[in-house]
Design a protein around this ligand. Structure first.
Ligand code: ADP
Ligand code: 5GP
Length: 205
């Protein structure tokens, strides 16, 4: 379907370790016209992470300065670190006609939901808390304290599932990717996303 020029927004949240980063990376490689927005954070880079690719890593004073300048569409403190989505980066992606994919926590999802119209909100669940723990252990980049903090926060985040439009259980990765792709496809086919000029010129003149 010929679509309007401006891109839309997909907001994806999940408890840490549920597989959101893995799913977002897979889907952005697989589906055309979809771009991930790189967030700013005060968290230290994990092994293998590159500044500007997974995140833009900045200091807390820099982050606070950006808050003061209203540079973020949303920001939150998650597991003791600041994270935020740049208004400019979001605007650039959408203005270029790409759909933007935001991998953010439930506090950020709520802020966007309260301030933007439209967008699709997707919550990713692990198959169980035990599997969530195993995945966090496998990632092996969290201290034991950090792990416990992430697990107890997981339960709080799962309580917020009702604010999302879709819930996907990330058990078998390829199935979850397929389900996420189906959501993106369905959202793109919404009637409000059609190119109205194309419709008018082809059928209504
Ligand atoms: P999040 O971004 O939600 O914190 P990650 O994408 O970093 O989670 O995934 C956490 C760990 O679980 C990683 O080691 C990843 O490879 C693994 N993982 C993700 N999805 C699956 C899956 N469906 N089955 C098994 N392991 C998975
Ligand atoms: P991690 O440190 O494991 O990469 O991410 C921790 C949490 O921060 C995840 O739930 C992730 O979705 C969230 N997060 C990443 N970027 C942002 C952001 O820009 N805003 C908000 N609110 N949360 C974010």
């Amino acid at each position: 379907m010929p679509r309007k020029n401006r891109g839309g927004m997909f907001v994806i949240s999940a408890p840490s370790g549920a597989g959101k980063t893995t799913l977002c990376n897979r889907i952005s490689r697989k589906v055309p016209h979809l771009r991930q927005s790189v967030s700013f954070t005060t968290r230290k880079p994990r092994k293998g992470e590159i500044n500007g690719r997974e995140y833009t890593f900045i200091s807390e004073p820099e982050f606070r300065r950006m808050i003061g300048q209203d540079d973020f569409v949303e920001w939150a403190v998650v597991h003791g670190n600041y994270y935020g989505t740049s208004r400019q980066r979001l605007e650039d992606i959408m203005a270029a006609g790409f759909d933007v994919l935001l991998d953010i926590d439930t506090q950020g999802a709520r802020q966007i939901r309260d301030s933007w119209s439209g967008g699709a909100y997707i919550f990713i669940l692990p198959p169980s808390i035990e599997v969530l723990r195993e995945r966090l252990e496998k990632r092996a980049s969290n201290t034991p304290d950090d792990m416990e903090r992430r697990l107890s926060r997981a339960v709080e985040e799962i309580r917020d599932y009702g604010m999302f439009d879709y819930v996907i259980v990330n058990d078998i990765l390829k199935d979850a990717v397929k389900e996420l792709e189906a959501v993106v496809t369905a959202e793109r086919l919404r009637s409000e996303n059609i190119d109205k000029v194309w419709l008018k010129n082809n059928f209504l003149c």
